[in-house]
Design a binder for this molecule. Sequence first.
Ligand code: NI
Length: 169
Amino acid sequence: MALLPILCFPDPRLHKVAQPVQAVDARIKTLIADMFETMYHAHGIGLAATQIDVHERLIVIDISEERDQPLVLINPEITWASAEMKVNDEGCLSVPGIYDGVERHEAVHVRALDGEGQMRVIEADGLLAVCIQHEMDHLLGKVFVEYLSPLKRNRIKTKMLKAQREERR
Ligand code: NI
């Protein structure tokens, strides 16, 4: 397994649209293992392939406290979303240190392949529903700060660029 570098906002590669995974083969299984290792190492609860500069529709999630409930979503499609919306504070491994409120569907049903290539339907609410919607946005090239006001987004952009410059020194 290997730790993969995570792209940081405002890297333009975060805005690429991911293509469907063609086959759940050895390459994808290695990628899944590496993505889990990378996500756990960074103390995240979700990671989309887009964030590691792989533009295929693949997401790993684990919202459990014990970090022992890995969930793989390949080619996910939302089949139902609740009319009820809710604002939750979100963060993102690609926007370290920033947390802000985003409105999402309170519950969603998602159809996706799992890590073995089996079709599954996941009925999610609460944190899992938020996480799935956040990660699926990544696959469309969308980062959560894009839901915030232009003023806030620009402030975050400036802060991130400054932090990235300082890191390089
Ligand atoms: Ni994210």
